[in-house]
Design a protein around this ligand. Structure first.
Ligand code: COA
Length: 198
């Protein structure tokens, strides 16, 4: 069933998950200065864009994402509304009941398990009867990206296996990747670390 996505907002203790807006460009530009965000998440088109135009190139399709079947959340500080991170539930209409998730956290906001907490919250909404009603969410990460593996497991995404030479960098370098998934029927308790600052 093709779903029309209604932009959505999820409030956690210290952050809010909300759609991106044009005024987030400066925060996105700050994030895209991080080589790991560029390397693992930005995509070839953004990487090949001149540095001073990358944020807009990244942001515009994400603002529009909801109209095109991807729930793209900015994770913003609850007090200042400044974007610290993102988590997205992509391509909801490509395979029935399934979608792929992705995330990054700006370097200055790392170390508080923000990715796992935002991913857990987005997954719960994606599975919920009053959310997207999906059954399966999956993600992949290069094996050498160990922090992303920790995020996935902590957010209840079980390791399913290794995909050989799955991730191709714009440099031509290939990486084996882990495939993780979380099902709506998985017995997932409260995301460990879900309490701010724990
Ligand atoms: C991966 C990322 C989202 C994690 O950000 P975060 O939520 O702030 O993560 P934290 O710093 O709180 O660390 C989360 C966990 O990963 C572990 N970790 C973080 N960096 C690590 C590293 N380089 N190597 C091994 N473990 C690492 C932490 O010890 C922690 O483990 P724990 O929860 O078991 O205690 C962030 O580093 C990032 O944006 N990286 C670049 C983009 C990226 O790789 N996105 C995912 C693509 S698949």
């Amino acid at each position: 069933m093709t779903q029309i996505l209604q932009p959505h907002r999820i409030e956690l203790d210290d952050v809010v998950l909300r759609p991106f807006v044009a005024r987030d460009e400066a925060a996105v530009a700050e994030a895209l200065r991080d080589p790991d965000i560029l390397r693992w998440t930005a995509g070839t088109a953004v990487i090949r864009t001149p540095a001073d135009q990358r944020a807009r190139k990244w942001l515009e399709p994400r603002i529009d994402g909801w109209a095109h079947g991807s729930a793209v959340f900015a994770v913003a500080d609850a007090a200042t509304d400044y974007v610290l991170a993102t988590v997205s539930v992509r391509d909801v209409n490509r395979v029935p009941d399934q979608a792929v998730v992705a995330y990054w956290v700006s370097p200055a906001a790392r170390g508080r398990r923000l990715a796992a907490r935002a991913l857990d919250a987005a997954a719960r909404w994606a599975f919920a009867p009053d959310g997207l009603r999906l059954h399966r969410l999956s993600l992949d990460h290069a094996l050498i990206n160990e922090g992303s593996c920790r995020v996935a497991v902590r957010a209840g995404f079980q390791l399913e296996g290794t995909m050989r030479d799955y991730y191709l960098e714009p440099t031509g370098e290939r990486h084996d990747s882990h495939l993780h998934s979380r099902l709506a029927t998985d017995p997932v308790g409260q995301c460990p670390g879900a309490t701010a600052g724990s």
